[in-house]
Design a protein around this ligand. Structure first.
Ligand code: NAD
Ligand code: UDP
Ligand code: UDP
Length: 367
């Protein structure tokens, strides 16, 4: 921070003449899963005016329907790889597909979104003197060689693999953020988001929590991608939004990990699985070493089974290349610098997501 130039003078144009708002905030990717929850929270404050820019690749107007027509809200169909001229005080820059099946669908577009899109948003931040927050990702750590991951770890990323458009794209986006900060004095914030789940996730976006819930509701087997020993830790979306807003409005540039470190012990695991015989036999087929790594994925399965559908089966399926084997955030920095930590446990968050999926899939509760 010390080496950075002072920020540019804020433009007087930023403050709306028509509304009594104190803060105009741009959310790129605001029609997506995390973005739309962030917009809900920002709109709760009557002093905020919110502009969403989204190209609807993975997001939808439906996620924002309650705000369309609101005098403090504006929705723009816009692709961030094109320049954007608006007058704002803060930019939450989320635009980028987050699910592997979507970001691999058009990898060149994904890298353009991360690189050119972030460059444009930084150019905008520079012109109007806005503070900008980038939603980076735990994927910058790649297939990590240290566990849990802390921000000082530089990562283990394959630069030429099928996930690289996303991983390396976000790494360049982080580099651009710091170069604009050092060279032009832009006020930056970088959040490294770990797997997040909750209502409004795309039902068929291929991610593990959305897959398991949709499969359980459709009475289809839960697809565990081999070897099944990989771990993840999952953060409920309201905790994530809270963390992002604390980072934006605090004094630290980051990067800061925001995620749920996961607190599954072996005893909890055993308690979770003891009534579910199919899962018990699944565990028993594993070696003691790999058993430890089953903590998350299998606790997730056992929770889905117990909470949503006890009759559901589990099926091993092939995995995709370069899948990280373990992932869990060290959130010491978030705790100390942002006074933030997640509040919602997986067993409390899953039913909230289940409810939303039931409504969208049309599966009544007595099914
Ligand atoms: P999402 O796919 O639901 O939302 C992304 C939004 O960006 C969508 O509305 C999409 O239409 C929009 N978008 C994509 N490309 C765009 C472009 N070129 N121009 C304009 N809009 C574009 O994903 P999400 O889960 O809400 O993720 C939001 C952000 O958080 C992303 O930057 C993602 O990389 C990051 N993140 C998410 C997770 C997670 O677990 N959900 C984990 C790590 C990082
Ligand atoms: N940019 C934008 N909105 C703005 C200002 C800039 O989208 O309000 C874009 C601009 O088109 C450029 C990028 O941001 O491609 C980087 O802008 P910057 O001024 O830093 O660089 P330069 O235009 O000098 O390349
Ligand atoms: N996964 C799984 N079954 C599924 C989807 C995913 O076992 O139906 C696994 C996947 O192999 C990965 C983990 O769940 O190890 C998380 O995958 P996801 O796509 O949700 O997020 P990622 O962390 O890979 O971005």
């Amino acid at each position: 921070n010390a080496a950075a130039k002072p920020p540019p003078t804020p433009s007087p144009l930023r403050f709306s003449k028509f509304f009594q708002s104190n803060m105009r905030i741009l959310v790129t990717g605001g029609a997506g899963f995390i973005g739309s929850h962030l917009v809900d929270k920002l709109m709760e404050n009557e002093k905020n005016e919110v502009i969403v820019a989204d190209n609807y690749f993975t997001g939808s107007k439906d996620n924002l329907k309650k705000w369309i027509g609101h005098p403090r809200f504006e929705l723009i169909r816009h692709d961030v790889t094109e320049p954007l001229l608006v007058e704002v005080d803060q930019i939450y820059h989320l635009a980028c597909p987050a699910s592997p099946i979507f970001y691999k669908y058009n990898p060149v577009k994904t890298i353009k979104t991360n690189v050119i899109g972030t460059l444009n948003m930084l150019g905008l931040a520079k012109r109007v003197g806005a503070r900008i927050l980038l939603t980076s990702t735990s994927e910058v750590y790649g297939d990590p060689l240290i566990h849990p991951q802390e921000e000082s770890y530089w990562g283990n990323v394959n630069p030429i693999g099928v996930r690289s458009c996303y991983d390396e794209g976000k790494r360049v986006a982080e580099t651009l953020m710091f170069d604009y900060h050092r060279q032009h004095g832009i006020e930056i914030r970088i959040a490294r988001i770990f797997n997040t789940y909750g209502p409004r996730m795309n039902i068929d976006d291929g991610r593990v929590v959305s897959n398991f819930i949709a499969q359980a509701l459709r009475n289809e087997p839960l697809t565990v991608q081999a070897p099944g020993t990989q771990t993840r830790s999952f953060c409920y979306v309201s905790d994530m939004v809270d963390g992002l807003m604390k980072l934006m409005n605090g004094e630290n540039t980051g990067p800061i990990n925001i995620g749920n470190p996961g607190e599954f012990t072996m005893i909890e695991l055993a308690e979770n699985v003891k009534e579910v015989s199919s899962i018990k036999s699944f565990y028993q087929s594993c070696s003691p070493n790999s058993f430890n790594r089953f903590v998350f994925i299998n606790s997730l399965i056992s929770l889905v089974v117990q909470l949503i559908n006890p009759k559901v089966e589990i099926k091993m399926v092939e995995n995709t290349p370069d899948d990280p084997r373990q992932r869990k955030p060290n959130i010491t920095k978030a705790r100390e610098l942002l006074k933030w930590e997640p509040k919602i446990k997986l067993k409390d968050g899953l039913p909230l997501m289940e409810e939303d999926f039931r409504l969208r899939l049309g599966v009544p509760r007595n099914n």
